[in-house]
Design a protein around this ligand. Structure first.
Ligand SMILES: [Zn+2]
Length: 207
């Protein structure tokens, strides 16, 4: 998760899966390049270039509406989310580090890849099942929708770096944990002027 929540021109996060956030460097660049404006800042966290001081923003809003494709590519994290971090064989909930992807129709039997053939499984169940297709998952694999996954995502606790994100992200208060960025000094010195930094990162053309 980045330091700065990135809102679209309609005041909604640009994306929810994952939550659109930027590193403080990219957030300052977006503001400096006039693509976005800061809505909230970190108290006491400033960065200095040789000529200017910036408050690190915790939330920025983009000036132009950014069209975001709602199509869902396959990812392991989204698969686990679809299955509620629940092993589809023993129905116990696990952290994602303890889950594996099980091919419902095994590779050896020409099972496909992706949402239509994968389910979340704990390691012991995956091992126990092997290629035995008589053991079937509780829920048949299916392609989730964007809205379904957003709803499921919001049912889990979330850790955010700043209080100001709360009003924009749509999570229940009791599921939110504030985890401020650690190890960031009160002041950070930018090595270069923002223009040079932006050029280095390909955001501005060298003329
Ligand atoms: Zn299991």
């Amino acid at each position: 998760m980045g330091h700065t929540l990135a809102l679209n021109a309609d005041w909604q996060p640009i994306s929810l899966l994952p939550l659109s956030s930027l590193s403080w460097q990219d957030a300052i660049k977006a503001v400096y390049l006039d693509a976005a404006r800061p809505l909230h800042v970190y108290e006491g966290w400033q960065v200095k270039s040789p000529s200017r001081t910036f408050n690190v923003p915790s939330v920025i809003i983009f000036k132009d509406y950014i069209k975001f494709r709602r199509g869902l590519g396959y990812s392991k994290d989204l698969l686990y989310l679809r299955d509620g971090y629940t092993c589809q064989y023993c129905l116990k909930v696990f952290p994602s580090s303890k889950l594996t992807v099980d091919h419902v129709i095994p590779k050896s039997k020409k099972g496909g890849t992706g949402y239509l053939n994968f389910v979340a499984s704990c390691e012991p169940c995956n091992f126990k099942r092997g290629n035995d297709t008589r053991i079937q998952p509780k829920t048949k694999p299916y392609r989730p929708t964007y809205h379904e996954l957003v709803k499921k995502y919001r049912a889990f606790p979330i850790s955010i770096p700043h209080e100001s994100w709360k009003e924009y992200i749509g999570w229940e208060e009791n599921l939110i944990r504030i985890n401020p960025p650690s190890g960031e000094p009160g002041y950070t010195r930018l090595e270069t002027e923002p223009e040079r930094l932006a050029k280095k990162l390909g955001l501005l053309d060298d003329e």
